[in-house]
Design a protein around this ligand. Structure first.
Ligand code: FMN
Length: 341
């Protein structure tokens, strides 16, 4: 199925820059959208709550002014749909007033939220860690899904991206973005090859100049690798991936962390402190070599994406096939004997 009109043909690269608690701010979102990928931020990052209205004005204005050679990609706001988020109703109202094009919901699928966004023509993408939650989200009216596979930064699942995408694609033909340790253009192409419409990339954007993170956090992302990531539910009650270095700095043994439970989940006032000291990150950071402007990161991803496409197509050409890159990536497989493949 084609992507919804809000996204179709508006992205330089099939990528949504994922919302990052504390870290995403208007400067990052504007840079992401201008570079041609969906930029996003959690509504809760605007503190106090009154700031959300200002941020949305700022983003809208900047993206209007930025219209030039290439229209900017649309932006998204993330709403944490959980009972501990006391701001949900208020933040949603502000997003409705601003007609935010894409709303990303996490941790709870609620029909009323979807209806409020649909009423002004926006779309809702809901993030899920398994097929059961994916069914629930679509039943409640989400337009699309974000499949959060193993290795993703922040709250993450444990399923292989291959398993998760193929299970969802058996019954869902709508917008589907894959997340979890994707930090290269080849990874974006791989997500498409698997059947997703694109990639949802978070951790790589921590190491950007615009990101609102301490220099030492950005440097830890640059220096880190998959084995530096710890999966635990201790800090928020939900399992997530964090940088080992920050867990040690908090005086804890990353290899012997106690268990927490979902009742500890809290997106109220105390949440920001936990996330400021304990650094969320996914396993894909081995691909991140430097702190760069967000535009340069998107440029790298775009270059790698094209190179990976050319590489695959060369493989086809070497075997006497003559498909265009796009055809090669989208052709059904296996092909009929005597067909294009
Ligand atoms: C530091 C950090 C903060 C995050 N905060 C949020 C958040 O507020 N809301 C949300 O839906 N997801 C959040 N996530 C998850 C991301 O949106 C996304 O699913 C994840 O980063 C994708 O995996 P990757 O980091 O391996 O690219 C966060 C991830 C990180 C690393």
């Amino acid at each position: 199925m084609p992507l919804p009109a809000i996204l179709e043909g508006r992205l330089r690269l099939p990528v949504i820059a994922a919302p990052l608690f504390i870290i995403s701010n208007p400067a990052l979102v504007i840079a992401q959208c201008r570079a041609g990928v969906v930029g996003s931020f959690p509504a809760l990052n605007a503190r106090p709550a009154e700031q959300l209205d200002d941020w949305l004005h700022e983003i809208r204005e900047a993206l209007r002014a930025g219209e030039g050679e290439r229209p900017p990609a649309p932006f998204a706001v993330n709403q944490i749909v959980h009972r501990s988020n006391e701001r949900l109703e208020r933040d949603l109202r502000v997003c409705v007033d601003h007609k935010v094009p894409v709303v990303i919901t996490s941790l709870g699928a609620v029909e009323e939220v979807n209806q409020a966004v649909h009423a002004y023509g926006g779309i809702v993408l809901h993030d899920v860690i398994n097929d059961r939650f994916a069914h629930k989200a679509v039943d409640k009216g989400a337009d699309g899904l974000i499949a959060v596979a193993a290795g993703a930064g922040g709250h993450a699942g444990t399923l292989s991206p291959f398993a998760l995408v193929s299970e969802i694609r058996r019954w869902f033909a709508g917008p589907l973005f894959l997340s979890g340790a994707i930090a290269t253009g080849a990874g974006v192409l791989a997500a498409e090859a698997m059947g997703a419409d694109g990639a949802y990339i978070g951790s790589a954007f921590i190491a950007t100049e615009e990101a609102r993170a301490e220099a030492s956090y950005k440097q830890a992302v640059v220096e880190g690798h998959a084995c530096d990531i710890v999966y635990t539910n201790l800090f928020t009650g939900v399992h997530g991936n964090y940088l080992r270095r920050s867990v040690e700095a908090a005086g804890l043994d990353p290899d012997a962390l106690p268990q927490s439970d979902p009742s500890a989940m809290n997106f109220g006032a105390g949440a920001a402190k936990a996330w400021r000291d304990i650094w969320g990150s996914g396993q894909g950071i081995g691909a991140v070599d430097a702190v760069v402007p967000a535009a340069a990161l998107v440029e790298r991803l775009a270059g790698e994406y094209e190179a990976a496409r050319r590489c695959l197509c060369r493989g086809h050409a070497d075997s006497g096939l003559s498909l265009s890159a796009a055809e090669a990536m989208r052709a059904p497989f296996p092909a009929e004997p005597g067909g294009p493949l």
